[in-house]
Design a protein around this ligand. Structure first.
Ligand SMILES: Nc1ncnc2c1ncn2[C@@H]1O[C@H](COP(=O)(O)OP(=O)(O)OP(=O)(O)O)[C@@H](O)[C@H]1O
Ligand SMILES: O=C(O)[C@H](O)COP(=O)(O)O
Length: 402
């Protein structure tokens, strides 16, 4: 049971600072809808119905990346989910933001600018240090209470996530509460039968510790995506190298090579890799090759159909399945086979299943799968895998410490 307080413990009609996580895919500088918006919209609606006035604090991307953009378009996506205007101010805690905050009336909702544009938000530091940042010291006195609904960012010790609970009344929002409850139950559950973990996506640093830490619980790991290609490289295949200006592989290989090679040799047959891969042909069509025949200069975008079938069969035979990260670029229908085959196989069975990842969970809506066919769909990625391994999340620790 969580030991933090929730929005049920708020006094009525307060002025609230609400931290949400709408970190989203960006196309042409504009936020694309993901499941996080809809989930937070439920918390926001509930707070508005209770007559609170809300300022929302959130981040997008990281400095230096293409996805590091203003939150202006995020306000539009949220407005569509809420069916009411979400005002936006291109400032986080300066004069312009303070003026907009002071104008808030009960029932109003205002989104502040990307918190990562403020000095002091990054880098990771102790909560006590973050509580002293100008961001926290300026905004805290403007509100009656702080609500943290950003479960998917709760593994980051950033000012907007860990600073406020140290200096003001603070509570968990509904997304925080439900994700915490679901993911802790998963962590504490003892499974009968075969447990399979399907790991893909782009982030080796998130996934490799998981493989090592859930060793006792998980029987086999099915790998795909960028991470799977790095393991194929460890097996000596001509894949997992940056080509055509991609920046996925070589730096991750440099950082994690030793661990990847060690894990590969220690886990042997329990770690399943793709036997074929798919790429785009010159004519723009999906083309496939067995891993023995792959070419170093080709960019592979999905596991092949033989692998997709094999992984789907293993899922059907499992009693519990955990998914983190996509097996291919599912956003493009031509390269969705791996991800969708695994998700469809889960949906067909009554195994216990959790699908996590801000991007990966989007595949469920995009391919007409239904959330009810999964035991839990987590909008979190890094926070979800940390919870699976039993690691605590700093953003929750500070709420619990109150
Ligand atoms: N072979 C590949 N080449 C390029 N991108 C890939 C490949 N395979 C998977 N992906 C991308 O991986 C992304 C999902 O993985 P990602 O590591 O972002 O995890 P996530 O599920 O969104 O979790 P998080 O919330 O931690 O970001 C998808 O958007 C997909 O396009
Ligand atoms: O999308 C996420 O996983 C969270 O918003 C955290 O973002 P970060 O990985 O850039 O810190």
């Amino acid at each position: 049971m969580p030991t933090f307080t929730t929005i049920d413990d708020l006094e009525p009609a307060q002025r609230l600072l609400v931290r949400i996580d709408v970190n989203a895919p960006i196309e042409d500088g504009t936020a694309q809808d993901n499941r996080r918006f809809a989930r937070h919209a439920e918390t926001i609606s509930e707070l508005l119905e209770d007559g609170h006035a809300l300022a929302l604090l959130a981040h997008q991307g990281r400095p230096g990346r293409d996805t590091f953009v203003s939150l202006e378009s995020h306000a539009d996506v949220l407005s569509a989910h809420l069916d009411r205007e979400v005002a936006f101010v291109s400032d986080t805690f300066g004069e312009e933001a303070l003026e907009a905050i002071r104008d808030l009336e009960p029932g109003d909702v205002l989104l502040l600018e990307n918190s990562r544009m403020c000095e002091g938000e990054l880098p990771e530091e102790e909560p006590a240090v973050k509580a002293e940042t100008e961001l926290v010291r300026t905004l805290a006195p403007e509100f009656d209470a702080y609500v943290n609904d950003a479960y998917s960012a709760a593994h980051r010790s950033h000012a907007s996530l860990v600073g406020f609970p140290l200096v003001m009344d603070a509570h968990a929002g509904r997304v925080m509460e439900t994700e915490y409850t679901a993911n802790s139950a998963i962590r504490d559950r003892e499974f009968d039968g075969t447990v399979t973990m399907v790991l893909g996506g782009t982030k080796a640093e998130d996934l490799i510790p998981v493989i090592e830490q859930v060793d006792d619980t998980v029987d086999r790991f099915c790998l795909g995506g960028i991470v799977g290609e790095l393991f194929l490289r460890a097996d000596g295949h001509d894949v997992g190298y940056d080509v055509d200006g991609t920046e996925f592989f070589d730096h991750q290989w440099a950082d994690h090579r030793e661990t990847i090679e060690r894990v590969r040799s220690e886990y042997g047959d329990r770690l399943l890799l793709a036997s074929d891969l798919a790429a785009e042909s010159d004519a723009g069509e999906r083309t496939e090759a067995a891993v023995e025949n792959i070419e170093k200069e080709t960019s592979y975008l999905d596991v092949g159909s033989e692998t997709a079938r094999r992984y789907a069969d293993l899922v059907r035979e499992s009693d519990a399945v955990f998914v983190k990260g996509a097996l291919g670029v599912f956003e493009d229908e031509r390269f969705a086979d791996g991800t969708v085959s695994v998700l469809s196989a889960i949906a067909e069975t009554d195994c216990f299943s959790v699908v996590g990842g801000g991007d990966t969970s989007r595949a469920i809506g995009m391919y007409d799968l239904e959330e009810k066919d999964f035991s839990h769909v987590s909008v979190a990625g890094g926070a979800y895998v940390r919870a699976l391994t039993g690691d605590s999340l700093v953003g929750i620790d500070v709420l619990e410490r109150r």
